[in-house]
Design a protein around this ligand. Structure first.
Ligand code: CMP
Length: 139
């Protein structure tokens, strides 16, 4: 997956507000190809595992509760320079700081309920993709 793939996940606020289709349209129109996608839910324990890098942050417990509060849509995406280009497309973590037209600027409700996740490195894209999907060598 090195270089041209990233991992993303539509979060419970966006999925619950029926914005999955609108967000996926933006992603595809920006040139990302969907390699894998599903609609699923995390338990608080699985959410904690996914976000283990943040386990010492004050928002960790709330984040795990929030991320297990509704459906999510994890996806693996393909495009040249995928990680960096996708981070630009979604905008800053805090929607108040996200550039106009970015997915978080358009859809996020708060710094926690910020509509979408995007991997921050090629290495994490692989780890996060493998967290949700298996048999990726077939795609
Ligand atoms: P994400 O990009 O998925 O990575 C970690 C998540 O933690 C982030 O999006 C937000 O959902 C959440 N998060 C980050 N910073 C804060 C914060 N200061 N307060 C609450 N939640 C946060």
């Amino acid at each position: 997956m090195a270089g041209n793939r990233t991992f993303t996940m539509l979060k419970p606020d966006a999925v619950g507000a029926s914005k999955s289709g609108a967000i996926i349209k933006i992603i595809e129109e920006a040139g990302f190809r969907i390699i894998a996608m599903k609609k699923t839910m995390l338990t608080p324990e699985r959410a904690g595992e996914f976000y283990t890098v943040h386990k010492d942050r004050p928002f960790y417990k709330d984040l795990c509760r929030y991320m297990s509060s509704g459906f999510i849509v994890p996806m693996i995406l393909e495009k040249e320079n995928a990680v960096e280009d996708f981070r630009k497309l979604i905008g800053a973590t805090d929607p108040a700081k996200a550039a106009p037209g970015t997915i978080r600027n358009l859809f996020a409700k708060s710094i926690e309920a910020n509509a979408i996740h995007g991997s921050d490195s090629d290495e994490n894209a692989i780890i996060e993709g493998n967290f949700f999907f298996s048999n990726l060598e077939r795609f």
